[in-house]
Design a protein around this ligand. Sequence first.
Ligand code: ADP
Ligand code: MG
Ligand code: MG
Length: 208
Amino acid sequence: MDAAFITDWIDEITRLVAGEREHLTALDAAIGDADHGANLDRGFAAVRAALSARPPGTPGDALVLLGGTLIRKVGGASGPLYGTFFRQAGKSLGDSPEVSPAELAAALTDGLAAVRALGSAEQGDKTMVDALTPAVRALEQALQDGAGRRKAFDAAARAAEEGARATVPLRARKGRASYLGERSMGHLDPGAASSALIMRALHISASG
Ligand code: ADP
Ligand code: MG
Ligand code: MG
């Protein structure tokens, strides 16, 4: 997979986020401040502009550009967290012009570790970590079991979707939703929902 593959992934995330903007905002209205859809939509639009202005030469460059732009352009918790996820993944890939699915999986695992270090959220705290953790684990496992990249990315997306759904009954322990205490229960976490979109976009971009 080359820089163009990562750019396709980013474009697919941008499309899904734009389509789900109102839904993400409604989820955030229930347990946050109703800006998650707008935050990500604005961030990914800025990423699209940055990619056009300075087309990346390697997958690592593309992910570092994505991460850096989200950190700069998205106010709110999700900007620095997603920004860190992608930027760390990009740094882990280094400057190879082509990367394998296993290398991308290892880089995303590093990205997730950086998110956990920054936000100090554990699985079960009702955040994006609840979707990203099973996704990255399923991706690593599927590849180890010999799956091709399309099947492995599908497994990752399914695991993220399941992890997101599993946030519904939980009580939030990190981020804005944690201020609601028990009233955060019974709602899907917006960041977990957007993480599922990010992983589904990876599967779609490998299927096109
Ligand atoms: P804000 O809450 O600042 O308005 P967003 O609405 O864009 O930011 O993003 C909210 C999402 O960020 C939450 O749904 C949750 O998934 C994620 N989040 C918040 N705090 C943390 C944290 N400490 N660690 C991981 N994810 C977090
Ligand atoms: Mg918000
Ligand atoms: Mg906000």
